[in-house]
Write a new protein. Structure first.
Length: 217
């Protein structure tokens, strides 16, 4: 089935930026970008909640060739789908029984689930919750687990190859790379290996465009 149109509901620098990056790497720039006013509560509007009851971005709205509309809500699923939908872009090993595919999916999901969940706890308790609700123990636990469990796994890979699954950039780098940059804002992933990795990713034109709306301080 062919795609008639794509629309990404987005907020700068958030998980939707990794989907924007994946779209630019695969589909190109012929999609609609709808930037949400999350700080003003636009995600709680009734029409948005009909699309995403989780009141969050991203939402990737797919209009298929037959006119039907489908909404995807999970950023890692969107990245994986786009990589598989455009195999000519070579962002993922071919589906099937292979060491490369198993390794790629493991790292994609480690970034999108395990690492992401800890970073979200930091975001919630350091930046979003009122001081009375924030829990320093949760912050400390998340940072310790990233430093002692996640960083060593990533460091061992990036010390011997340019990208997370070898010497070729893949969609796993979109998710892991976004998370590494996120972790670096909290003082983690400071090794020179991570700095070089982040530099390689940021040199990609699709990366620069995906994050061109982030205000740098």
């Amino acid at each position: 089935m062919k795609i008639q149109a794509l629309k990404l509901f987005h907020f700068p620098g958030s998980r939707s930026a990794r989907v924007r990056w994946a779209l630019l790497e695969t589909y190109g720039d012929e999609f609609e970008l709808a930037t949400m006013k999350l700080l003003e509560g636009e995600q709680y509007a009734a029409d948005f909640l009909e699309m995403n009851p989780n009141h969050a971005v991203p939402v990737l709205q797919i209009t298929w060739g037959d006119g039907s509309v489908q909404n995807m809500l999970e950023s890692t699923a969107m990245v994986e789908w786009l990589a598989d939908a455009f195999p000519d872009k070579q962002l993922a090993p071919a589906p099937g029984l292979s060491h490369q595919r198993a390794d790629y999916l493991q790292m994609l999901q480690l970034g999108g689930n395990w690492m992401d969940s800890m970073l979200w706890q930091l975001r919630m308790h350091r930046d979003l919750l009122p001081e009375s609700d924030a829990d320093q123990r949760t912050i400390d636990r998340a940072m310790e687990k990233i430093k002692t469990e996640v960083e060593p796994q990533l460091l061992s890979r990036l010390s011997v190859s340019e990208y997370i699954c070898g010497d070729q950039f893949s969609a796993a780098d979109i998710v892991i790379g976004h998370n590494v940059n996120w972790a670096r804002t909290y003082g983690m992933c400071q090794d020179d290996v991570f700095r070089s990795y982040a530099s390689r990713l940021s040199a990609r034109p699709a990366f620069r465009q995906a994050f061109d709306d982030v205000v740098r301080k």
